[in-house]
Structures are given as structure tokens and as C-alpha cells.
Write a protein that binds this ligand. Structure first.
Ligand SMILES: Nc1ncnc2c1ncn2[C@@H]1O[C@H](COP(=O)(O)OP(=O)(O)OP(=O)(O)O)[C@@H](O)[C@H]1O
Ligand SMILES: Nc1ccn([C@H]2C[C@H](O)[C@@H](COP(=O)(O)O)O2)c(=O)n1
Ligand SMILES: [Mg+2]
Length: 258
């Protein structure tokens, strides 16, 4: 199933996950341009990837293990949807009812900001502008979080946000999601929810929200289309009350064999 384009979706933007060209499309940049701008930080020599730890080995595809099943990779669900579509709200309920660990990419990045490091400052600057943080930063945070949980079911909320995110995740963890849940919500409803969220987020203002919506259409929809073509996407209508939406979520999760 290829996700239908909404009426307001710009044809060329949605079809071009890495738009090239002038400054007016600056809001669409994914991590390539940012890597250039912050070269000093990102081009620092990185130590070679360590051999997978026993925990990470659980994430490798087709790893059957020889310890009675304890080393099998966890069930991984990516949870996607536009800003304010209700990903975090529904993930909290899924985690509590179905025993999933909830890893929110946005929360991991905000924790890094709180740590007051140079990397945190870079992340803050990018988030304020509604853009996407370089994949190697985000995937590394997710990889560490996955390593430090023993959960057999993991929700990864708000990731991957662009094709580079997806490809970096697959390369670094050597695995793919078992399921992609897409919360489909009209833009006007998402804007209303974000403006009413009132959690002090630096990106919950109308200017940044407009940019995040454009980035979602341009860079995240192609990822959803990619997984749709691989039969992994389950689309949920994200309008209605939290409880109504969770009804649809429950139908899906109760039907899964983990
Ligand atoms: N069905 C709903 N109806 C009305 N408000 C909702 C609903 N679901 C969530 N909300 C509220 O909308 C706001 C955004 O929800 P939430 O934080 O879950 O979205 P999100 O998709 O995680 O957004 P972001 O991508 O910005 O993190 C929150 O204030 C939340 O309480
Ligand atoms: N994969 C990701 C996830 C998040 N970010 C940045 C950009 C988002 O606007 C911001 C907030 O995320 P949210 O809490 O809305 O999921 O964090 C990113 O760059 N890459
Ligand atoms: Mg969220």
C-alpha cells in the first residue's frame, strides 16, 4: 500500500526526498547540509564500530541464538505521523498495555540538549528551526537506548524522519522494523493540538510548526511510502478522541503475534 498524498501535499516535494536548490527550500534540508555546516563536530575521527555486544546481537536479523531464545531480536515497531498527530500519546498507552519499551527519538534528543554538551547545542539549534538532526547522532542515541533495554518489544517513536535516518538505522543496527504504525491526521488538527500542548517545547510555535509540517511532507512521507511498498505500514486514522484512536490501535496490537 502506497500512502495516498493529501490534497495539500506538494507533488514535487513529496517525490523528492532530498530537494536541491535555493535558500527558499532551506527548511527541507535533511542531514547532508547540516553535516557540512557542523563539519568540525561531525568529522571528528570516530572510533570504529565495536563488534556487536550480546545485547545488540539480539537486533541482528536472522540471529537465532543458542541460548534458548533469549538472544532473539526484539519486535521493533516504528511509530510515525506528522507533528502533533498523537504518536507520543498513543505510544504511552501501547507501552503500558502491551509491554513495549517506548523510545522516543525526540525525547532522546531533548535529553542530549539538557546535558549541555556541544552536541546538545547543535541539536537545539536544529530543532528550533524545525529541521532534522544528523542521522548519526540520532541513530547512536537510539542504538544505546536499545542496548540498555531488555524489552522484547520496542516502540521507536518519531523515527525514521527521512531516508537518511532509515538507511543509517539499518546500517548501524543491521535490522529493520517488524511493523510501521502511521498516525494519519489532518494538518489543521495537528496545528491545533501542538499550539495547545503547553509543555514548553521550543518547537511548539507557529513558525517552527509550519516548517515541521513541510519537512514531514517532504522527507517523512517517502519513508512511509518505502515501508508501505514492503507491506509493513499500518495506517491509523488519528482523528477523534485519544480513546477512540486507541481503540484502533488496540485492534492492531491485539492481532499481532510477537
Ligand atoms: N486524539 C487527540 N485529541 C486531542 N488532543 C490530543 C489527541 N491525542 C493527543 N493529543 C494532544 O495533542 C498534543 C500532541 O500530542 P503528542 O505529543 O502525542 O503528539 P506527537 O505526534 O508525539 O507530536 P510530536 O511529533 O510533536 O512529538 C498533546 O498535547 C496531546 O495531549
Ligand atoms: N528522528 C528524529 C526525531 C526527531 N528529530 C528532531 C526534529 C523534531 O522536530 C524534533 C522533535 O521530535 P518529536 O518529539 O516531534 O518526535 O526532534 C530529529 O531530528 N530526528
Ligand atoms: Mg512526540
Amino acid at each position: 500500500m502506497v500512502v495516498e498524498k493529501k490534497k495539500k501535499r506538494g507533488k514535487s516535494e513529496a517525490a523528492d526526498p532530498q530537494p536541491r536548490g535555493g535558500g527558499s527550500r532551506d527548511h527541507l534540508l535533511c542531514d547532508t547540509m547540516w553535516r557540512r555546516r557542523v563539519g568540525a563536530l561531525l568529522l571528528r575521527p570516530r572510533s570504529p564500530l565495536p563488534p556487536p555486544s550480546s545485547t545488540l546481537r539480539r537486533h541482528l536479523p536472522d540471529h537465532q541464538g543458542s541460548d534458548g531464545g533469549n538472544s532473539r531480536k526484539p519486535f521493533i515497531a516504528f511509530v510515525l505521523g506528522g507533528p502533533g498527530s498523537g504518536k507520543g500519546t498513543q505510544c504511552a498507552r501501547i507501552a503500558s498495555d502491551y509491554g513495549f519499551a517506548h523510545l522516543s527519538a525526540g525525547d532522546l534528543l531533548r535529553n542530549e540538549i539538557s546535558s549541555g554538551t556541544e552536541k546538545g547545542e547543535l541539536i537545539l539549534d536544529i530543532i528550533k528551526q524545525g529541521k532534522i538532526v544528523p542521522s548519526e547522532i540520532t541513530v547512536e542515541l537510539i542504538r544505546k537506548a536499545m542496548e540498555s533495554t531488555d524489552a522484547k518489544r520496542v516502540l521507536i517513536d518519531g523515527f525514521p524522519r527521512c531516508e537518511e535516518n532509515r538507511i543509517a538505522f539499518e546500517r548501524i543496527t543491521g535490522t529493520e522494523p517488524d511493523l510501521v504504525v502511521f498516525f494519519d491526521c489532518p494538518e489543521d488538527e495537528m496545528v491545533k493540538r501542538l499550539l495547545g500542548r503547553n509543555q514548553g517545547r521550543v518547537d511548539d510555535n507557529i513558525e517552527t510548526i509550519k516548517k515541521r509540517l513541510k519537512v514531514f511532507e517532504s522527507l517523512n512521507i517517502p519513508v512511509i511510502d518505502y515501508y508501505s511498498s514492503r507491506g509493513k505500514v499500518h495506517k491509523i486514522n488519528a482523528t477523534g478522541t485519544e480513546q477512540e484512536i486507541f481503540g484502533a490501535v488496540r485492534k492492531l496490537f491485539s492481532s499481532l503475534r510477537f
